[in-house]
Design a protein. Sequence first.
Length: 307
Amino acid sequence: MAHWLLFALSAPVLWAVSTHLDKYLVERYFKNTSVAVLLIFTALIGVLLLPVIWWFRPDALSLPWPHALVVAGAGILYLAGLWFYLAALQTAEASVVAPMFQGSVLFAYVLGYLVLGETLTATQTVGGLLIIAGAVLLSVGPRAHVEFKARVVVLMLVCTFAIALSSLIFKVFAIRDEFWTTTLWMFVGEAAFGIALVAVPVYRATFVRLLRTSPAAVLSINAVNELINLAGGLGARYALLLAPISLVQAVGSTTTLFVFLFGVLITVFLPRLGSEDLSRGSLARKAFAAAVVTIGVILLNRATTVN
């Protein structure tokens, strides 16, 4: 398997786990409050990792301030995108929200072409389109027209544009400077976003109340979730150094497939935590979609290996 594809595929697997944990957290602790509080935990993990990265890369602080501020802005943009994603999860199921991440592929292709001059071969284009088609097919069902919510679509369009733009900025500076240096300043931006949230009285009060009422559950689940999400993010960002943004985002589209697969496991073994439609027709459709995604990934791997 192509080196970049291995890192790119690690992201959707981990993000699928994180998506189910996000949904559980939103339903259990943030159903009737702002999801902004959940992002404070995300920013906190980044803060804890700053000294670790600095210890390995002490020269990371030598990045010119104009560059550092732009990269930090990308970190802020990334968490802003997650805010819209979590808001969408408040009103729709994980299996409905996850496929809408396909918007990031379109935005990534346009931004990569305009800014970096990235183009795709015919095989890469077909492979990417198959992955996207399979991911969309996973979300289409007999009740799809009933479940359509304009608010969720708008939230996810804003989310995917913000994440695609953040990925573009990261790639530009990671190639120009260095991966861990750029990652450190991304975390600085995320930390600044978290500090801004804590400065808002209502968010701070909710954050403190959650820690007082359910400290063990909130901290443990959030910590595990954020570490999983972080590992996926690092895998995707490293893949950005080795392949066009649109291809990395297309592989990220397989998150939908893994969300479904993990949803099946939850339905069978932990039904109290969630459920998936396991009817014969639904399983047949989703198996076909999985096959389409797999073919797309094989084409991407073959095209990259040949090139």
